[in-house]
Design a protein around this ligand. Sequence first.
Ligand code: 5CA
Ligand code: ZN
Length: 481
Amino acid sequence: MPVERRSWRESFSEWFHDVLFKAELVDYRYPVKGCGVWLPYGFKLRSRILALMRRLLDESGHEEVLFPLLITEGMLAKESEHVESFSQQVFWVTRAGGEELAEKLALRPTSETAIAPMLQLWIRSHTDLPKRIYQIVSVFRYETKATRPLIRVREITTFKEAHTCHETFEEAEEQVKAALKIYSSFFDQLAVPYIISKRPEWDKFAGALYSLAYDTVFPDGRTLQIGTIHNLGQSFSKAFEITFETRDGGREHVWQTCYGISERVVAAVIALHGDDHGLVLPPTVAPIQAVIIPIPYKGYEEKVNEKAKALEEALKREGFAVHADLREKYTPGSKFYDWELRGVPVRIEVGPRDVEKGVVTLVRRDTLERKIVPEGELPQALTQLLNEIQESLRARATRWLKESLKRLGSLEEAKKLLQEGKPFGVLELPWCGRESCGMRLEEELGLKALGTPYPEEKPAEASCASCGGKAETFLRLSRQY
Ligand code: 5CA
Ligand code: ZN
């Protein structure tokens, strides 16, 4: 069973592909490019992550719905900026049952234009507002950049999209703040640290007034956008005539927001918390929080197996996700290896001497430290250990993100840093705010702009790294996935 291990930080890309496959999370050997299969262990991880998201949304006035996958060409074309931006990415259904369709149908690349015509029917008056709905579905985007498991896929299977409608611009702004709270709490629970940036004008979601994005820094120094929040203003409500009777009897178009995440979140959990032995899953979402492994010794096989089973039952009753690995054809050593690769946060070893003494050995996955605890104290000890692991994963990932943020004074400094050739994360340069300067910085450095810090940060006294004029803000730049 032992397989070659790839260094997590030194050869991250290979490590990532390796671990997805060997830990049996997903299988992207499916014959359609950009489409993959969720395997049982990966599916459980995905479900646990989504459960956190569902809880946060349900508790804050969102209702889950399910819209059709197909969108008519006419619907998709109604909002001009939107259709233009997505035109090169849409999968079309043009034939069915041997006939050419009178109107071709798009597989949704996102659902603003699927939802809008129904909102138009449902929303009559201010009493119907605010409206907050979400769905977790597949969307399809014909990505032309190289596809990558979980990170850039063509069937995004884990697209959580929330769509909201409000009476005023101010209320939509409040909803953006509420969405920020939800996403921040979500990523905090996953121990995934992030920076929030306001995307530059030239890279915002098509049809939005502005876009806010969550980005995290991978072990190779590249950033991944893991969530976005858009204030849509009235562009879709005007295109689709979504109006309501106002409090004073007038008619107004609704104000909208939307926000989304995808399987990139699963990718981030996997990528940020790994090491050279494989995955290290945060206890909050690990499908198995502790694995119990009997250490058989001649004459004691029955005893340790019985004990392992009893502990499994007892811990399950206490609400832990535990699994006793009683497979006979594997040695304890190869079981250790296997569960380490799969990132189970705690291993509980039950040896013959432990049984006699009434103790068990706990081994934490992140540091591989061992600890002997009396059987009677196991639930408390396990709770404490899982919390400690969660916190230390958070601390390690947060430290990495902090080290990856580099605020520099000039283009020359930035160029010098890039010449060192090390992974660097995110550069922040003083910027006047003009598009021409921003694009020039992207070009000179060969990086892409993430946008400006959110909440806004004004440099005390600095000059734009491009034109030398007064800097109004910072422009963040990185290598992006
Ligand atoms: N309608 C809006 C909000 S739901 C929307 O579509 N926003 S988006 O285009 O920014 O997509 C939402 C999130 O999906 C992004 O933040 C990103 O994390 C993820 N995403 C986008 N494209 C892909 C892709 N090809 N593969 C995996 N995830 C993706
Ligand atoms: Zn400038």
